[in-house]
Design a protein around this ligand. Structure first.
Ligand code: ZN
Ligand code: MN
Length: 487
């Protein structure tokens, strides 16, 4: 039977490193790219007898993340040991939270522009919010690298504060999973909680997916996907896995709860292990750490909740009169939104400034494969350019040329560049002379204009522009023509 005859259920577990200078339970630095095993101490090496000390900043940032997605924080939150035997954590347990995590409930609103580009126009469930089960805080483990004949291990990462954000099985399609991760990433970046860069391993994602026929209440057997190191990989692996499960179910092969790994090169998922060898983590309360009373932390963090992406988008629409799409583009990246606000100090010009940024600036950045953070043009140049056009000093087309020149020489001022390119308003007498010549040379057109064919003014404007070698200001030319012909 076709895939559409199955209900797909997807849940995501996202691990996200908190941007903190020190580790979760010791004072070691979290800096990336250091000599292996240089940022370590007895605590994060898991040596016997070493005692953990809480990183209050990481706790606060987790509570903040929860506030940004409408979670609640229980009055008391506690720490637990998750026992397992693996060299990436020599004390043989991970310090985490089991039954009383820092954040419970909440949801991530899916932004239209967070969906893959080609489906943005046909989002099946626009405005959806994906429910979140919980966010808990734990320590990252060491990074092992497998070589041909041995494995090396680096403890610099061990003990990095790690948030685990668990969604409800509330996601229906691979595209929704994609949008969820993008939206979540955007929120965490807005909060300054994490850079959430999947390529750098700051954000990692495990996927659970199951299929069941329409009409069946209970969820199908869930398959977990691992080794997903980009948001696109999550989407691609889900597409493959949904097809694979549907085909097997069609063929009468029941699914068994298992873990599979995504092989990006092969474009397929491969079986790693089944439920029989699933871990029993034997969680138990951490005896070396007291539970946290959260009331004062909640009070401290509440005022620090920043404007959320969708709130900013709405404000841009209302304050600057820009449309929802452009507001979405500008707020998709916090740095871009900041750039826009720096340029749009005059709300009346906000719409025009938005146009210059979404078309001019973003096109150039794309061309050069850079981000707004590396944009050579100061935001004030955009405002000045818009002001020059608005005042009728230069035309839109001329502004485009000035923009291109400024991009190469951002140290110069827009007005000076316009002048150097000869785009300053020529003195009136020169233009009047050309206008007179053009009028004299086109008596038939002039007659038609006088008879009411206003469109021909553009034609004559073009003639004057040509005669002035593009230096005249078209608005001024049209005005002069209109004055001479129609008065
Ligand atoms: Zn340490
Ligand atoms: Mn975890």
């Amino acid at each position: 039977m076709p895939i559409s005859d199955y209900i797909v259920t997807i849940g995501l577990e996202v691990h996200c490193q908190i941007k903190s200078n020190s580790k979760m339970f010791c004072a070691c630095a979290t800096s990336f790219g250091e000599e292996p095993n240089s940022n370590v101490c007895p605590v994060c090496l898991g040596l016997p007898g070493a005692l953990p000390v809480l990183n209050q900043y990481a706790i606060e940032q987790t509570i903040l993340a929860g506030m940004m997605i409408d979670c609640t924080t229980p009055e008391v939150s506690k720490w637990d040991r998750k026992n397992y035997f693996y060299p990436d954590m020599p004390k043989n347990f991970q310090l985490t939270q089991f039954d009383l995590p820092l954040c419970i409930g909440g949801g991530v609103p899916l932004y239209d522009l967070a969906y893959p580009k080609e489906v943005q126009k046909s989002i099946p469930n626009p405005g959806k919010t994906v429910k979140v089960t919980r966010i808990h805080l734990e320590e990252d483990v060491a990074k092992s690298t497998h070589h041909a004949n041995n494995t090396t291990i680096d403890f610099n990462r061990a003990g990095t504060p790690l948030m685990e954000i668990v969604s409800d099985p509330d996601i229906d399609t691979p595209e929704e999973a994609f949008a969820y991760l993008k939206s979540l990433q955007q929120i965490l970046i807005y909060g300054g909680i994490s850079d959430a860069d999947m390529e750098k391993g700051q954000m990692r994602c495990d996927v659970n997916v199951s299929l069941r026929p329409h009409g069946q209440q209970e969820l199908g057997e869930k398959i977990e996907l691992k080794n997903l190191n980009s948001i696109s990989a999550v989407r691609a692996s889900l597409h493959h896995e949904i097809h694979r499960q549907a085909e097997e179910l069609d063929a009468g092969i029941p699914q068994i709860q298992s873990t599979r790994r995504w092989d990006a090169a092969m474009g397929e998922t491969q079986m790693m292990r089944t439920k029989e060898d699933a871990h029993d983590y034997r969680y138990f309360p951490e005896p070396d750490l007291l539970p946290i009373r959260t009331a004062s932390l909640i009070e401290k963090m509440r005022p620090q909740v920043p404007e959320l992406p969708h709130e900013k988008r709405q404000r841009f629409e209302e304050n600057f009169g820009i449309n929802a799409y452009d507001a979405g583009v500008l707020t998709s990246d916090q740095s871009l939104a900041n750039y826009f606000e720096k340029a749009a100090t005059d709300p009346k010009l906000g719409k025009k400034v938005a146009n210059w940024i979404t078309n001019g600036v973003l096109a150039k950045l794309n061309e050069n494969n850079t981000s707004i953070l590396d944009c050579p043009l100061p935001a004030s140049h955009i405002l000045e350019l818009v002001q020059l056009v608005d005042a009728g000093t230069i035309s839109n087309n001329q502004a485009r040329e000035v923009f291109a020149a400024l991009w190469e020489n951002p140290d110069q001022q827009p007005a000076a560049v316009a002048k150097a390119m000869g785009f300053e308003p020529a003195d009136t007498s020169t233009i009047e002379g050309i206008v007179d010549t053009v009028i004299a040379a086109n008596p038939d057109k002039v007659a038609e204009i006088q008879a009411g064919n206003d469109k021909l003014l553009n034609f004559l404007t073009g003639q004057v522009m040509k005669a002035s070698q593009g230096k005249a200001n078209p608005k001024m030319v049209t005005d002069t023509l209109r004055g001479k012909i129609l008065s």
